[in-house]
Design a protein around this ligand. Structure first.
Ligand SMILES: Cc1ncc(COP(=O)(O)O)c(C=O)c1O
Length: 499
C-alpha cells in the first residue's frame, strides 16, 4: 500500500530466513554482546532472554542483527511502533527539532513542539472527550501515566478504593502493579474480565460478559458486599498482556453505565490499544463509550518515551505541582509522536489495521482448524493472539473443538494452556526470522503486534513463517509441556513477565 515506503515492502519475504547459512555472519560481536549482557544486567531482564538478538539496524517491519540476520518484527516494541522502525516521517520530525536548535529539556514549559503535539492529540480524541478535556504529561512510561490516573481519581473523589480486572496489565510501578491481575491483592477489588475461551462463569460469549457486568453492579450495590464506593475503575478495552482478549463492546457499554450511574470515574488504559492498533484510532471508539480518563503511551511517542493522561476537565482537582516530574517534556518524543499521530490519521491506518487484521485472523482460524494444539485465536485489528493448549496433558478434560469459523460462544471447556509449546513456537519463529511475543495468563498466547504499515505481502510472509514454526514446534520435544524450551541461550533461565 502507498503509505509503506517501497524499500521495505518486498524485502523481508525475499531474504533468507534467519537460520540460513552462517558462514559469513559476524557472530563473534553478537555473541560477546549477549554474553556481557547476561553477566551484567539484572535478573529481571525480559525480552532479552527469549529473543537473543542484537539489533543494529531497523526499518519498517525489519530488524537486522549484529550477526547479519534479518527478522520480521511482530513485537514492535511491545506494540509501540505503529509505523514500524525508523519511519521516514518520524526521523524527519526528530531531525527537524534537532536542527532547529530548540532545547531538548524543558520540564513542563510550553514549547511550539509541545503545542503541536497537544493539538494533534486532541484532534484524534473521541468526540465527547476532546471538547472539555485536560491533558497531563506524565513520566516517560505507560506505568507512570497509570499512576497519574489513579492519583487523579483519588484526589478528585476523595476516595481510595479501585476496581480492576482479572488478567489486567497496567505496568510495573506500585499502583499500576497493584491494579494488574498478577499482583497480590491489596487495596483493589478484582472483577471478572470477560474471557470467552476461559470464561470465569463457564458460559462464554455475550452471556459470560453480561454475568461479569451483573456481578460488578451487584457488588457495588450490596451494602454488605464489602466494597465501599471506589475512586475509580480501570480497564483495558483489549487485554494485551492478559492474552489478547477483546472485551465485547456491549460489556464496555455496561461498564460505562454502571460507573456513570454510581459516580465512579472510568479510566480506560489505551497504552497498548491506542493509535489505530485495534482498527479504530482509540479502542473505545468500537463501543462508543467516553471514558472519564484515558491513559496513553507507547505509540503516541512515535517510538520514543512519552505518556499522558487525558481526562474530563471537572476531574482536574489537582493543586499546582500535585503531579510533577523532571522528564515530562521530551521534545523529540513529542515531535515523533505528533508525526505518528498525524500519519496514522491522514492515511486511515486504523481502517487498514481493521481490514488486514480481520484477514489475518481468518487465516489464523484456518491454522487452528488444522492444528488441535491451537485452543483459540482472537484479536482486534493488528493485535492478534494464538492460544496454545496441551490436548494430552490433562486426561479427562474435554477439549474445545478447533474450527475454521469464529468460535460459537457457549459452555465449551477450554483445554489446559501450554506455555511450553508457546515458548517452542516463539523459538521456531525466531529461527525462521520472525519475532513474536508470548503472553497471556499462562504465557501460552503467541502474540502478533505488527506495525500498521504492514503490507499484504508482509502479512503473508509473517503467517507463513508462523505456520511453519507451529508445525516444527508440534514435532519438538517441548510440545507436551514436560520439557521447557531453552529460552535464554546464556543463562538458561525461564523468561519472566513481559512488558
Ligand atoms: C495496557 C498497558 N498499560 C500499561 C502498560 C505499561 O507501560 P510501560 O511498560 O511503558 O510502563 C502496558 C505495557 O505493556 C500496557 O500494555
Amino acid at each position: 500500500m502507498a503509505v509503506t515506503e517501497p524499500a521495505q515492502a518486498a524485502e523481508p519475504a525475499d531474504r533468507p530466513p534467519a537460520d540460513g547459512p552462517a558462514a559469513d555472519r559476524p557472530t563473534v560481536a553478537h555473541e560477546g554482546i549477549l554474553r556481557r549482557q547476561s553477566l551484567r544486567e539484572s535478573a529481571a531482564r525480559t525480552y532479552a532472554r527469549s529473543l537473543p538478538i542484537v539489533p543494529v539496524r531497523a526499518r519498517g517491519l525489519t530488524i537486522e542483527g549484529a550477526d547479519g540476520r534479518r527478522y520480521l518484527d511482530c513485537l514492535s516494541g511491545a506494540g509501540t511502533l505503529a509505523l514500524g522502525h525508523n519511519h521516514p516521517v518520524v526521523l524527519e520530525a526528530i531531525k527537524k527539532v534537532i536542527d532547529s536548535g530548540a532545547p531538548l529539556h524543558v520540564l513542563d514549559l510550553a514549547t511550539p513542539v509541545k503545542d503541536a503535539f497537544t493539538t494533534e492529540l486532541f484532534a484524534t480524541l473521541p468526540r465527547g472527550l476532546a471538547d472539555d478535556a485536560r491533558v497531563q504529561f506524565c513520566g516517560p512510561a505507560g506505568t507512570d501515566a497509570v499512576e497519574a490516573a489513579l492519583k487523579l481519581v483519588r484526589t478528585a473523589t476523595g476516595r481510595s478504593g479501585l476496581l480492576a480486572f482479572t488478567g489486567a496489565y497496567h505496568g510495573m510501578t506500585a499502583g499500576a502493579l497493584e491494579a494488574s491481575g498478577g499482583a497480590p491483592d491489596v487495596g483493589v477489588t478484582r472483577l471478572p474480565y470477560p474471557y470467552d475461551y476461559r470464561c470465569p462463569f463457564g458460559t462464554g460469549g455475550e452471556h459470560g460478559a453480561e454475568l461479569s457486568a451483573r456481578w460488578t453492579a451487584n457488588l457495588l450495590d450490596d451494602p454488605k458486599g464489602g466494597v465501599p464506593r471506589p475512586a475509580g475503575m480501570i480497564l483495558e478495552p483489549v487485554q494485551g498482556e492478559g492474552g489478547v482478549i477483546p472485551a465485547p463492546d456491549s460489556w464496555l457499554r455496561r461498564m460505562r453505565e454502571i460507573t456513570a450511574d454510581r459516580s465512579i470515574p472510568l479510566i480506560v488504559d489505551e497504552v497498548q490499544t491506542g493509535v489505530g492498533r485495534t482498527g479504530t484510532f482509540w479502542a473505545v471508539e468500537h463501543s462508543g463509550i467516553v471514558p472519564d480518563v484515558m491513559v496513553m503511551s507507547k505509540a503516541i511517542g512515535g517510538s520514543l518515551p512519552l505518556a499522558v493522561i487525558v481526562y474530563r476537565a471537572e476531574l482536574d482537582a489537582w493543586q499546582p505541582g500535585a503531579h510533577a516530574g523532571t522528564f515530562r517534556g521530551n521534545q523529540l518524543a513529542m515531535a515523533a509522536g505528533a508525526a505518528t499521530l498525524a500519519f496514522v490519521r491522514e492515511n486511515a491506518l486504523a481502517d487498514r489495521a481493521r481490514m488486514l487484521g480481520a484477514r489475518m485472523l481468518g487465516r489464523l482460524r484456518q491454522l487452528a482448524a488444522a492444528h488441535p494444539v491451537i485452543g483459540d485465536v482472537r484479536g482486534r485489528g493488528l493485535m492478534l493472539g494464538v492460544e496454545l493448549v496441551d490436548r494430552e496433558g490433562n486426561p479427562g478434560h474435554v477439549p474445545a473443538p478447533a474450527t475454521a469459523e469464529p468460535r460459537t460462544p457457549g459452555p465449551v471447556p477450554a483445554a489446559p494452556a501450554s506455555p511450553a509449546l508457546a515458548a517452542a513456537v516463539q523459538q521456531e519463529c525466531l529461527r525462521r526470522g520472525l519475532i513474536v511475543e508470548v503472553g497471556g495468563r499462562h504465557s501460552a498466547v503467541v502474540r502478533l503486534l505488527p506495525p500498521l504499515t504492514l503490507t499484504d505481502e508482509q502479512a503473508e510472509a509473517v503467517l507463513d513463517r508462523l505456520a511453519d514454526a507451529l508445525a516444527a514446534a508440534e514435532r519438538s520435544p517441548y510440545r507436551a509441556g514436560r520439557t521447557r524450551a531453552p529460552l535464554d541461550t546464556y543463562s538458561q533461565e525461564p523468561a519472566g513477565t513481559t512488558c
